[in-house]
Design a protein. Structure first.
Length: 537
């Protein structure tokens, strides 16, 4: 179905090829997970499947490639569109019209399909992705996760033989991600659709796939094989697999169901330990104080309904909940990007509704869902230097390099920010807001595009900042990061905070927002592999 024969591809103005002498055969009807560290070449590989690389991105391609009997280098994306459906990391980049129903019909109109057939396919795609209620909504007013599902539905309307998805669940809550992956698995099994899916949150997808294509990075050739075989060979593993490898569980469990029998045998050996308590308020007023906050968008949708929340210095709080529950809207109020309909929002004593955003952000770091929008210089190094100048701070290239080194992107010092992968841009934008020494840090889905090693380093950095007295509020669907790093979790639903409390208690009482290890043991003392290993005699 998909054959690469000594295929090589190099981007323009880069000395080394991203894909080097690639030889690979993927059978028809396979469900393939494409994984590897950020910047290893996963997205580039996916772009070659429909000819975007080299036709859109330029560069030089050599060797042979056949996808469904066609050569994408010869055919171009237009000639591959009916065969290969593509869903990008940033779904907004593929949208053309502003109403969901019209977006789903757009590609079919270009192919001149009959009106009756288009209506039928639109209905099927809306149902498959559980977005029928969004059909007449403007795309621009959807949450990030809702946009992701619309992009997948739009790709399905042409009924391609091959579906290619670049991190399709990166902006989805756990339940929505499960629904999307189940729909993809059903398409794979019922229709024989060949699916290639790139993903960093392997805990969501590894038990659905037939094969893993792992890019180790550093110019090494990829590994291709069955999931258990590949996961034994890579350090990039979800918590369940990491625990299984550390404790020598065989056969390697890929699902919670398979891991439960190992957990039952281990549970009696674990030493009981008291539950760690989250830090208590230090007597100072909260760094963030929200009282009875209401907000409605121009279309009449109530995004926030009576939200009250306090976050103190030296505290790390996660906002979690379904897509569209109001998390991003809440963060935008804290830097004055949105104004309350009712209620008060205070940050470091400033009234966020009356204080100019540029004044708030002198002491408050805000990392939005799309960090590329914060990057506008021509070199990675210049982004950090610009942030320092904007805050009247002295230049410090050595400190900048040290921070980039900690985030794993110091080698990109002279690269153009928009030539980086999504995960690399995410880490650069984080560095650019952290160099200013903010007292309050607001993060919106900060692990998008990050592999497990990078995520562990991010968690360590955020814990250090918390211990230095920073107040951190993070909107996330990443239950594993919340389990590893946060003190409290606030669960949101339909614009309200439903419950808030210590992370261990809130996450262990939830079926949807529990970590993999907690699902194994159902005990608030064990949220991460490290919790279990520390409890062993």
């Amino acid at each position: 179905m998909i054959t690469y024969d000594h295929f090589t591809y190099r981007y323009p103005d880069t000395p080394e090829p991203v894909l080097r002498d690639l030889t690979l055969d993927i059978p028809e009807g396979a469900f393939v997970l494409v994984m590897g560290p950020s910047g290893a070449g996963k997205s580039t590989f996916l772009r070659t499947l429909n000819g975007l690389a080299p036709h859109f991105y330029g560069g030089v391609a050599g060797g042979k490639i056949l996808v469904g009997g066609r050569n994408p280098v010869e055919q171009s994306p237009r000639g591959m569109a009916d065969l290969v459906g593509m869903v990008f990391q940033d779904p907004e980049s593929s949208f053309v019209v502003d109403v969901v129903e019209d977006e789903l019909a757009f590609a079919m109109e270009n192919f001149g399909l009959p009106q009756e057939l288009m209506r039928k396919r639109v209905e099927e795609a809306l149902d498959q992705l559980k977005i029928a209620h969004l059909r007449r909504r403007p795309v621009s007013l959807l949450s990030g996760g809702e946009k992701q599902r619309v992009a997948i539905a739009a790709a399905l309307t042409l009924q391609p033989d091959i579906l290619v998805l670049d991190e399709p669940t990166s902006q989805l809550d756990p339940q929505a991600a499960e629904e999307v992956l189940l729909a993809l698995r059903q398409l794979n099994e019922d229709l024989g659709l060949t699916i290639l899916l790139s993903e960093h949150r392997l805990e969501r997808v590894v038990h659905y796939v037939d094969y893993i294509l792992c890019w180790p990075g550093g110019g090494q050739p990829p590994l291709f094989g069955e999931p258990a075989d590949i996961l034994r060979q890579t350090p990039l593993t979800p918590p369940l697999i990491a625990l299984a490898k550390a404790l020598g569980w065989e056969p390697m469990p890929l699902t919670i169901k398979q891991g439960r029998r190992f957990a039952r045998a281990l549970k009696d050996q674990l030493r009981p330990a008291p539950l760690p308590e989250p830090p208590a308020p230090n007597g100072h007023p909260p760094a963030i104080r929200i009282d009875n906050l209401w907000h409605s968008y121009p279309n009449g949708v109530e995004a926030l309904r009576g939200v009250s929340l306090a976050v103190y210095a030296g505290e790390f709080v996660a906002l979690m909940g379904r897509n569209g529950s109001g998390k991003t809207t809440l963060l935008k109020h804290l830097v004055g990007l949105l104004k309350p309909g009712r209620g008060k929002v205070q940050v470091l004593g400033m009234d966020a509704s009356r204080t100019p955003t540029e004044e708030i952000t002198r002491a408050v770091a805000y990392l939005p869902q799309h960090p590329g929008r914060l990057l506008f210089t021509e070199r990675v190094a210049d982004e950090l230097a610009f942030s320092r100048r904007a805050h009247d701070l002295p230049s410090d290239p050595e400190a900048d390099r040290a921070l980039l080194r900690r985030l794993g992107i110091a080698h990109l010092w002279d690269r153009h920010p928009h030539d980086l992968s999504v995960g690399e841009q995410q880490r650069l934008a984080l560095a650019a807001v952290l160099v200013t020494g903010p007292q309050v840090i607001l993060l919106d889905e900060p692990t998008r595009g990050l592999d497990y090693v990078q995520k562990q380093e991010l968690a360590a950095i955020l814990r250090e900042l918390r211990d230095q007295g920073k107040a951190i509020l993070m909107a996330t669907h990443d239950v594993e990061l919340a389990a590893a790093a946060t003190d409290r979790v606030a669960l949101m639903a339909e614009g309200e905070i439903v419950v808030i409390g210590p992370s261990r208690r809130i996450m262990s009482e939830s079926l949807v927002f529990a970590s993999q290890v907690n699902k194994l043991f159902r005990d608030p003392r064990y949220l991460t592999p490290e919790d279990v290993i520390r409890a062993l005699p």
